[in-house]
Write a protein that binds this ligand. Structure first.
Ligand SMILES: C[S@@+](CC[C@H](N)C(=O)[O-])C[C@H]1O[C@@H](n2cnc3c(N)ncnc32)[C@H](O)[C@@H]1O
Length: 196
C-alpha cells in the first residue's frame, strides 16, 4: 500500500519538520491524496534539516521531477543528493531573476509549489506573486507556517480573487496551541467556476 504523507514526513523526520515540529501530513494527504500523477514539484526553502520534504515528495510521486530552491545548502541528506529525480537549485526565492533561472532550467509548469521559505506574511505574498505564474492551470500552491492568518488574508486578498483557498489547521493536534500549525492551499479557480 502506498505510504501516506504522514508516514513519509515521519520517515524523513530527521530531515524535515513537516510532521515533527508541525503536523502537516494530514493536510498533504487530504489535498494531494487523489493526485496520482503529479510530475513536477517545486519547494521554495527546502534545506534547513536536509531536504526531507523533497525526499517525501519524490517517494510519494514516483515519476515526479522534484526541484528544491534554497539560498544555501548546509544539511543536504545523502539520499537527496543521490536521488536523480531531485534537483537542488541555489538562489534567492524573493528575486525575480531566480524565477527566470528556474523557468530556463525547468520550462514546464509545476503542478505543486510549496512555500516553506520565510514565514512573514509580506514574504509569503511576495513569493506567491513571483512563483504562482510558474504553476500549471490546475496546480496547487501551498503556504506552510502561517503566523498571522488575518494579516496574510488581508494582504493576499487582492491577489487571489481567482483562487480557491483552503485553510489547513493542525492546532488541535498539539496539546497546546502552536502558532506555526496553519497552512494554506490555493488552487486557481476554473473560469466556469468564477463568480459572475
Ligand atoms: C523552514 S526551512 C525549510 C524546511 C524544509 N522545507 C523542510 O521541509 O524541512 C526554510 C529554508 O528557507 C531557506 N531560505 C531563507 N531565506 C531564503 C531566501 N531568501 N531564498 C531562498 N531560501 C531561503 C533557509 O535556508 C531554509 O533552508
Amino acid at each position: 500500500m502506498k505510504p501516506s504523507f504522514v508516514d513519509l514526513f515521519l520517515k524523513y523526520g530527521v530531515h524535515t519538520d513537516k510532521e515533527t515540529i508541525h503536523h502537516y501530513g494530514f493536510w498533504y494527504d487530504r489535498w494531494l491524496g487523489d493526485h496520482e500523477n503529479m510530475s513536477r514539484i517545486l519547494e521554495l526553502g527546502c534545506d534547513c534539516f536536509g531536504c526531507g520534504g523533497l525526499l517525501a515528495f519524490s517517494e510519494y510521486f514516483p515519476n515526479a521531477a522534484v526541484v528544491g530552491l534554497d539560498i544555501h545548502y548546509h544539511k543536504i541528506a545523502d539520499e537527496a543528493r543521490q536521488n536523480n529525480r531531485i534537483s537542488l537549485v541555489t538562489g534567492n526565492v524573493y528575486q525575480y531573476e531566480t524565477t527566470t533561472m528556474i523557468r530556463n532550467q525547468f520550462p514546464a509548469p509545476f503542478q505543486l509549489i510549496v512555500d516553506d521559505c520565510l514565514h512573514d506574511p509580506e514574504d509569503q505574498l511576495k513569493a506567491f506573486r513571483l512563483w504562482s505564474p510558474l504553476l500549471a492551470t490546475d496546480g496547487l500552491y501551498l503556504i506552510e507556517d502561517i503566523y498571522d492568518l488575518s494579516q496574510l488574508s488581508q494582504i493576499l486578498s487582492l491577489w487571489t480573487l481567482d483562487w480557491d483557498i483552503t485553510l489547513g489547521d493542525s492546532r488541535e493536534l498539539f496539546s497546546g496551541t502552536y502558532k506555526e500549525s496553519l497552512m494554506l492551499c490555493l488552487r486557481r479557480r476554473c473560469p466556469e467556476q468564477s463568480p459572475v
